[in-house]
Write a protein that binds this ligand. Structure first.
Ligand code: KG4
Ligand code: ZN
Length: 348
């Protein structure tokens, strides 16, 4: 089954073709980063308009690259939520219309489920997580610990009570004058930083539970930046390093707790922040070091940040299970993963 995936929930226009037999066929992503950079964050209306401008040319480029035509499609998957509602409407309307025009089934995909399942896109055989497993989802909009009891059946173990981890990276990037998005820029600056010069709090690690909070950490960074101003390059690097260490440490503590609580053997880490190299190394080591060793599983870094491949893949699984969207174009700014139908029994 050849499935077209469309992702437009935020500031990346992503399209991809995924074949349930052959795997990922082709993938194209257009990032709106330059458009939003001067505002220091995503401007929703500009995002919607740019998706409108880019999506049709990007689809043309995708089919050319793959040497396929829309007639080859057996289904269409689009991100239906959660995300920026105007941005979601663009991808959903285009996806639903293509499916209707070709008379093939369509499916609205949950963005965070697409992130969560991304490590299953062409993994080596020994890298497939076995259910039940636990997952850390860390993106610009969400920080959640999730129990995966069966494919499609999720329980929320804990979540950020305020900022998402990626959002904290973005805000700290802004405080340090590193531009938008902050994640990759803060990580790059941190490589030259002294880990011993500053120490920031590890929020909510001194009490039991799996909820998280990152806004106090951002405030601690803001206070340090204010005291240091004006910052030289080494100051920026040192603050970036201490901040990255605090986030990575906090997430590692929470993941170890979640692993012990769920007694899982595999732990998936997904979402944009999962592209962070220090986080990947640290979680791999700290989960492997538990009394009952747990394996950390990540998607390839390019599939951690928003892309169409993860949407095509998650949509293909749900379409193959018999799930179908109706003709109405349905999108949701907010949508709990726990409300999804289990994948095995999905036949709407
Ligand atoms: O999953 P994603 O592409 O979009 C959302 O669903 O939000 O995640 C984007 C977030 C941004 O906050 C970005 O700063 C962060 O992921 N990010 C990173 C890295 N690459 C992206 N954070 C830390 N280190 C990175 N290397
Ligand atoms: Zn995302």
């Amino acid at each position: 089954m050849l499935v077209l995936g469309i992702e437009t929930s935020c500031d990346e226009t992503g399209v991809a073709l995924y074949d349930t037999e052959a795997g990922l066929v082709a993938d194209s992503v257009y990032s709106q980063v330059d458009l939003h950079a001067k505002y220091g964050g995503v401007v929703p209306e500009l995002a919607s308009r740019d998706h409108v401008r880019k999506i049709i040319p990007l689809l043309g480029e995708l089919f050319d690259k793959a040497g396929r035509t829309p007639r080859d499609l057996d289904g269409v998957a689009y991100t239906a939520g959660p995300g920026l509602i105007g941005a979601l409407r663009v991808g959903a309307a285009v996806g639903r219309a293509i499916a209707w025009g070709l008379d093939v089934p369509a499916i609205g995909v949950h963005h965070m489920e697409a992130h969560l399942l991304a490590p299953l896109i062409a993994p080596a055989d020994d890298q497939r997580p076995a259910v039940p497993f636990a997952a850390l989802l860390v993106s610009g909009g969400h920080s959640q610990l999730v129990g995966v009891e069966a494919m499609g059946r999720y329980t929320l173990l804990g979540e950020s009570l305020d900022d998402a981890a990626g959002e904290a990276f973005d805000k700290v990037g802004k405080l340090l004058g590193l531009g938008y998005p902050g994640g990759p820029a803060v990580a790059a600056a941190a490589t030259g930083g002294d880990p011993a010069r500053f120490s920031f709090p590890r929020p909510m690690t001194d009490r039991p539970g799996l909820d998280m909070s990152f806004s106090g950490l951002k405030t601690a960074v803001a206070n340090t930046v204010r005291d240091l101003a004006p910052l030289g390059d080494q100051d920026v690097a040192d603050v970036a390093r201490a901040f990255e260490d605090a986030v990575v440490d906090t997430l590692a503590i929470k993941c170890r707790r979640a692993a012990r609580q769920t007694r899982c053997r595999d732990f998936v880490i997904a979402g944009g922040v999962a592209a962070n190299k220090r986080l990947r190394r640290r979680l791999t080591d700290s989960l492997a070091g538990l009394d009952e060793p747990v394996r950390a599983i990540f998607a390839a870094p390019a599939l951690c940040t928003d892309n169409g491949a993860m949407v095509a893949h998650a949509g293909a699984l749900r379409l193959a299970a018999g799930e179908r969207a109706g003709l109405a174009i349905e999108t949701r700014a907010r949508w709990r993963m726990t409300a999804l139908a289990p994948l095995e029994t999905a036949d709407r």
